[in-house]
Design a protein around this ligand. Structure first.
Ligand code: SIN
Length: 189
C-alpha cells in the first residue's frame, strides 16, 4: 500500500529554513546521491540496525508486487554505518518526495570518523507505516528482492549496490551481506 508521507514531513521542521542540515543516509542515499549537497562524509549512528523490512511499491516494486528496501530498527549497542550529507532545506524537501513511501524525518546524532558529532536527520520507516513488511525468512526476502522490479529499476540492483557501497565504507553488516550473497547465488544470470 502506498502512504504518501510528503505532507507529514513538511511539518517535521526540526531546523531553521536557512540552516544547512546533516542528513544521514543508510540505504539508497549512500550510493544514489543524485541531489545537491555541500559536503559528503562517511558517518555512523548508534542504537540502530539496517533491515530490509520496508516495502517498496513506488521505486523497486509495484503495488501488486512490492520490493524490499531498508529501514532502521532500534538495536541498543549497534552501530549503523552510512553516509552523511550537509544539505539545504530545499534539497530536503525534494528528498521528501523520493522517500515518500512511509519514511518520516527523525532526529539522530551523527558520528564522524574524526570523533566529532552533529545533530541531523534520518528518514525512518517504522512498523506502523502502511508499506512496512517486517521480518521474514532470509531466503524468502532474497527471492522477493530477486523478483521485484519497479520504476527505479530492479530491486536486486538496490541490494547489490548497497552491499558494494557498504564494503567500500568498510562497514560490517551481516544482514545486507547475507541477502546479497543469497541473491547473487540464487539469481545469477
Ligand atoms: C536512506 O537511504 O537513508 C533511506 C532509505 C532509502 O532511500 O533507501
Amino acid at each position: 500500500m502506498i502512504l504518501d508521507t510528503t505532507h507529514l514531513n513538511r511539518e517535521r521542521t526540526f531546523f531553521e529554513p536557512d540552516e544547512t542540515i546533516w542528513l544521514f543516509g543508510y540505504g539508497s542515499l549512500i550510493w544514489k546521491a543524485e541531489f545537491d549537497y555541500h559536503e559528503r562524509r562517511p558517518a555512523h549512528i548508534e542504537g540502530w540496525t539496517r533491515r530490509f523490512w520496508q516495502g517498496s511499491h513506488d521505486h523497486r516494486g509495484t503495488p501488486k508486487a512490492p520490493g524490499r528496501v531498508v529501514t532502521l530498527v532500534e538495536s541498543p549497542g549497534t552501530v549503523c554505518q552510512g553516509m552523511a550529507y550537509r544539505i539545504d532545506a530545499e534539497t530536503l524537501a525534494q528528498l521528501d518526495i523520493r522517500e515518500k513511501n512511509g519514511y518520516l524525518r527523525e532526529l539522530a546524532v551523527l558520528h564522524f570518523p574524526d570523533g566529532s558529532h552533529a545533530e541531523g536527520l534520518i528518514y525512518l520507516a517504522t512498523a506502523d507505516n502502511a508499506a512496512f513488511l517486517g521480518d521474514a525468512p532470509l531466503d524468502a526476502m532474497a527471492r522477493q528482492i530477486a523478483a521485484a522490479h519497479g520504476p527505479s529499476g530492479p530491486n536486486r540492483d538496490y541490494l547489490l549496490n548497497l552491499a558494494i557501497a557498504l564494503e567500500d565504507l568498510g562497514a560490517d553488516d551481516p544482514h545486507v551481506f547475507a541477502l546479497a550473497a543469497l541473491v547473487r547465488h540464487c539469481c545469477a544470470e
